[in-house]
Design a protein around this ligand. Structure first.
Ligand code: ARG
Length: 390
């Protein structure tokens, strides 16, 4: 029988997909990516086997996620539509890459996923797969199967004795990893309605957090965060530490309408405490150490990088070229930023770096002033010259 590697989550869709694919004549290998979503993988593994998967792979890719996906996006300053830190989008090319690896290892001819035909994730998984191995067949059961509603899927699961959780399903669609949470559907589909407090798990209600601010210092080496409050952390621990500190102060909530790749506008809520702190600090450090032209030019790179990530174009030549260019800009992004976390806000209160381009003797209006103000007159005359007599 032909083998297929299914990206499996243990939920209703991918559980039904195992049986559905088997009925279509596939030998199903279930593949689970541990990107820090905190699932009980042993339980889900058993469920996959019980449902009929021939084999199950659980691959822990947390470290790679942080060092090769999250940190590059931070160095790039990539934020989609000025709000979304891309937690879900960044995980997809990583998961797809490992799925392709499993397919090769197992001699599988195809891969499958449980994404719907309306979202971005199908694009990200499939583009990455096609770029890494164009020969692999791709099957997306949820896009083509006969079930129109969730209830029809539940009936199918009952008929086929597929083990599923019978507990009442939350009205939300949630994606979670160690970098953040993405929440949509239910009441959130009305863009006028305020998100209910119950949807938030990583961040405390800013109305119920401590009445005094939490100060944090974050130290960067070449654009990468390495120390929190003077203490060194590995990549995963650092994110967890900042998620805790930020979350406890209600930092990192985003409520946005975004433009999906498939042409739909959708409303999504994000929680990204660590990311918010790191981005805020990183941006500030760049303001201190990058020259004006590099800094301004980099804004265009940031936007392009965010689009490429969002659009599933991670494994493309342009993305790799931008990485090289960004790394060049990060050579002196080394230093320390001091932040204040307070009731949902994250603000910079101090910055220092051995590469700082800030010169107090030029900026000051005090006695130490070394700036020759007389030079300004000639400068302004030449500056306006091209436009005179227009
Ligand atoms: N809109 C985000 C993206 O395209 C998140 C998608 C998954 N969201 C979810 N709630 N399941 O990257």
């Amino acid at each position: 029988m032909k083998k297929i590697v299914l990206a499996y989550s243990g939920g209703l869709d991918t559980s039904c997909a195992i049986t559905w694919l088997k009925d279509k004549g596939w030998d199903v290998i279930a593949f689970m990516a541990d990107v820090g979503q905190g699932e009980d993988f042993e339980k889900i593994k058993k469920r996959a086997l019980k449902t009929g998967a021939k084999k199950v792979f659980v691959i822990n890719m947390q470290k790679e996620f942080v060092t090769d996906y999250i940190f590059p996006a931070i160095k790039a300053g990539a934020i989609y539509e000025n709000k979304y830190l891309l937690a879900t989008a960044l995980s997809r090319p990583l998961i797809a890459k490992h799925q392709v690896k499993v397919a090769h290892k197992e001699g599988a001819k195809a891969i499958a996923h449980g994404c719907t035909g309306k979202g971005n994730d199908q694009v990200r998984f499939e583009v990455t797969t096609q770029l890494l191995d164009p020969k692999l067949e791709i099957v997306a059961p949820v896009r083509i199967w006969e079930f129109k509603t969730r209830n029809q899927e539940i009936d199918y699961a009952k008929k086929k004795k597929i083990p599923i959780d019978v507990t009442k399903k939350s009205p939300y669609s949630i994606d979670i990893n160690l970098y953040g949470r993405s929440i949509e559907c239910g009441v959130l589909e009305d863009p006028w309605k305020e998100p209910p407090e119950e949807i938030y798990l990583m961040t405390k209600n800013p109305l119920k957090v401590p009445n005094k601010p939490t100060y944090v210092t974050l130290e960067f080496k070449k654009g990468i965060p390495v120390k929190v409050n003077g203490k060194s952390y590995g990549p995963i621990k650092l994110l967890k530490k900042l998620n805790t500190l930020g979350g406890a102060n209600g930092v990192g909530r985003v409520d946005m309408i975004e433009n999906r790749l498939v042409g739909i506008k959708s409303r999504e809520i994000y929680e990204n405490p660590a990311g918010t702190i790191i981005y805020t600090a990183h941006k500030e450090l760049e303001s201190l150490v990058l020259d004006r032209e590099t800094l301004h030019y980099k804004q265009a790179i940031s936007q392009k990088y965010a689009e490429l990530t969002y659009y599933g174009l991670w494994e493309t030549p342009l993305k790799k070229q931008l990485d090289a260019q960004i790394d060049k800009t990060q050579e002196k992004v080394t230093g320390t930023i001091r932040l204040k976390l307070f009731k949902g806000n994250c603000v910079v209160v101090g910055r220092k770096s051995k590469y700082s381009l800030y010169k107090e003797e030029l900026a000051t209006y005090g006695e130490k002033d070394k700036f020759d103000q007389k030079l300004a007159e000639g400068f302004i005359r030449l500056w306006s010259m091209p436009f005179q007599g227009e």
